[in-house]
Design a protein around this ligand. Structure first.
Ligand SMILES: *[C@@H]1O[C@H](CO)[C@@H](O)[C@H](O)[C@H]1NC(C)=O
Ligand SMILES: *[C@@H]1O[C@H](CO)[C@@H](O)[C@H](O)[C@H]1NC(C)=O
Ligand SMILES: *[C@@H]1O[C@H](CO)[C@@H](O)[C@H](O)[C@H]1NC(C)=O
Ligand SMILES: *[C@@H]1O[C@H](CO)[C@@H](O)[C@H](O)[C@H]1NC(C)=O
Ligand SMILES: *[C@@H]1O[C@H](CO)[C@@H](O)[C@H](O)[C@H]1NC(C)=O
Ligand SMILES: *[C@@H]1O[C@H](CO)[C@@H](O)[C@H](O)[C@H]1NC(C)=O
Ligand SMILES: *[C@H]1O[C@@H](CO)[C@H](O)[C@@H](O)[C@@H]1NC(C)=O
Length: 457
């Protein structure tokens, strides 16, 4: 009896362990993670997943692309709009997954049941062709730079409908809930920009009548564990105020995406923004859904104080990857972080009314690429790489079976890519001539934030 009871309890311990260690959809084994890339495949860049793989000498496991829902008409001049062109992933001749970011560009209420059904069929066709799928819907919903932002009540209601609709036709699609990383929250957003009283109350999570960094940057938008397969954050380094010149990031900056702790030299030693890792990576695997450090190709407002030395592109970018992507201390500290997605784009972004051309790419400049691939070599075993799989030629799920856009329009402006265009909140008054480097800069940002962004609801 005792032996049987012991056996039974051992079995239940084993079963419980199995339950807690079972992997989520698309989750790589413990001790490993994915490296994915979001490539600018627009005609003006001419880049492709195949060319990216060739540059790094490895086969990335995921490639990201975005489309709107309802889909935009296809533009045959820029090659944008419509639905994503998954052939660009298939032509790597690997089983790399298709990571689809979907923007509800016409607003959360503009999506019909048919739109979801069509998206589900589209995504399922990639799985049928042998390519796993992530769907990241309406990302960065906690910011206000996109039409679906700062609407927590509507967002959660829409999300549940989206989740159930997609799962009905694409049960193996892994659906990613992915806010913007909390640093700088609430990103200068004022209560009058929140659409209604219900949402204003929902965003004042500590109920003190003030919408500020003490409020939870994520919880108001979380639809619940039963509606999420993976979690993630967008995370970038764009310099220090006013985000228009090149300066090396502070050590441990990558960890801030997980812990919410942003170090500075102020009285408190830093600012505690909403913690991410313990809350959102424990029950679900998590990812950095898009990421990069901005090299300001055309820097403006360069500090003139003695001792400021502008880094070169490789120095700036290596500080970024050595702090995260190739940093074993970082990877071991956050083992539930199971994907890092590179934003391989160069684009103009505007912060504080200063537009700069920003190069986030780790594989374009040859010195940057050389340094990156060399460091990646040291941690290559840590990452899951794609295997080889011939490109599907015909039949269900092959590119020729995926519905391609019928409509053709000509548009003047290129298709957008998603990154917050403004996360610096502070007037230039806050920047004093005593700026001495990143530490002081971050302190200025933090104190400017405390002064400027505590707005009464
Ligand atoms: C736990 O998982 C292993 C491997 O999948 C399996 O062989 C074993 O029977 C499972 N144990 C229990 C108690 O479910
Ligand atoms: C990457 O995939 C291609 C195409 O299948 C294959 O020929 C090549 O050997 C792979 N490269 C590596 C480094 O595995
Ligand atoms: C999709 O990508 C493939 C491979 O690069 C290309 O041949 C094809 O023209 C593209 N289709 C569209 C509609 O852009
Ligand atoms: C940036 O500066 C370079 C070199 O001065 C120039 O060729 C380029 O046109 C500038 N780009 C932008 C977007 O201002
Ligand atoms: C690696 O990550 C740890 C933990 O975030 C950090 O303390 C350290 O400075 C990083 N190393 C480098 C070289 O950036
Ligand atoms: C770097 O990007 C530019 C476009 O921004 C492209 O013309 C050039 O071929 C790229 N170089 C490499 C080595 O990828
Ligand atoms: C804000 O109010 C709540 C409660 O009435 C509604 O459910 C939301 O849909 C509404 N949000 C928007 C953006 O209209």
């Amino acid at each position: 009896m005792i032996a049987a009871a012991l056996l039974l309890s051992l079995l239940s311990v084993a079963a419980a362990q199995n339950a807690t260690t079972s992997l989520a959809l698309n989750e790589p084994p413990d001790g490993q993670l994915y490296l994915g890339a979001w490539i600018d495949t627009g005609v003006s860049s001419g880049d492709s997943p195949l060319a990216f793989n060739s540059r790094i000498g490895r086969n990335a496991s995921w490639f990201q692309a975005s489309q709107n829902l309802p889909a935009d008409p296809y533009d045959d001049v820029t090659g944008t709009g419509g639905i994503i062109n998954a052939t660009k992933v298939f032509e790597t001749n690997t089983d790399a997954g298709v990571y689809v970011t979907v923007y509800p560009e016409d607003g959360l209420t503009a999506i019909s049941a048919q739109d979801y059904a069509g998206l589900g069929v589209q995504l399922q066709s990639y799985i049928t062709a042998g390519h796993a799928v992530f769907l990241r819907f309406a990302p960065e919903m906690n910011g206000n730079w996109d039409i679906w932002g700062t609407q927590p009540t509507l967002f959660k209601a829409t999300w549940k409908i989206m989740y159930e609709s997609i799962k009905a036709s694409c049960p193996s699609c892994a659906i990613v809930w992915s806010p913007n990383a909390a640093s700088g929250y609430p990103y200068g957003i004022t209560p009058d920009q929140i659409s209604n009283a219900t949402d204003r109350a929902a965003l004042d999570t500590n109920g003190d009548g003030i919408y500020d960094s003490n409020d939870d940057a994520y919880a108001p938008y979380y639809p619940g564990d039963e509606y999420v397969d993976w979690t993630g954050v967008s995370y970038y380094y764009k310099g220090i105020y006013p985000n228009s010149y090149n300066v090396i990031q502070q050590p441990g900056y990558m960890a801030t995406a997980m812990t919410g702790w942003l170090q500075d030299t102020g009285d408190d030693g830093g600012v505690q923004y909403t913690e991410f890792y313990d809350t959102y990576c424990s029950k679900k695997p998590c990812m950095i859904s898009e990421s990069g450090a901005a090299w300001h190709v055309n820097q403006t407002q360069i500090p003139t104080y003695d001792g400021f030395v502008s880094p070169n592109q490789e120095q700036l970018e290596s500080a970024w990857w050595e702090d995260g992507i190739t940093n074993l201390t970082f990877l071991e500290k956050f083992p539930r972080l199971k994907m890092i997605m590179l934003f391989e784009w160069e684009k103009v972004e505007t912060d504080n009314d200063i537009p700069t051309l920003r190069d986030f790419r780790l594989t374009n400049n040859s010195a940057v690429l050389g340094g990156f691939t060399q460091d990646l070599e040291n941690v290559a075993q840590r990452y899951v790489w794609a295997n080889y799989l011939p490109m599907p030629k015909s039949g269900s799920g092959s590119p020729d079976q995926v519905p391609m856009p019928q409509e053709t329009v000509h548009r003047a402006t290129p298709y957008r890519a998603s990154t917050p265009t403004s996360i610096s909140l502070f007037s230039s008054d806050a920047l004093t001539s005593t700026l001495l480097g990143w530490t002081t800069g971050v302190a200025v940002v933090a104190s400017g934030f405390a002064l400027g962004a505590s707005l009464i609801l």
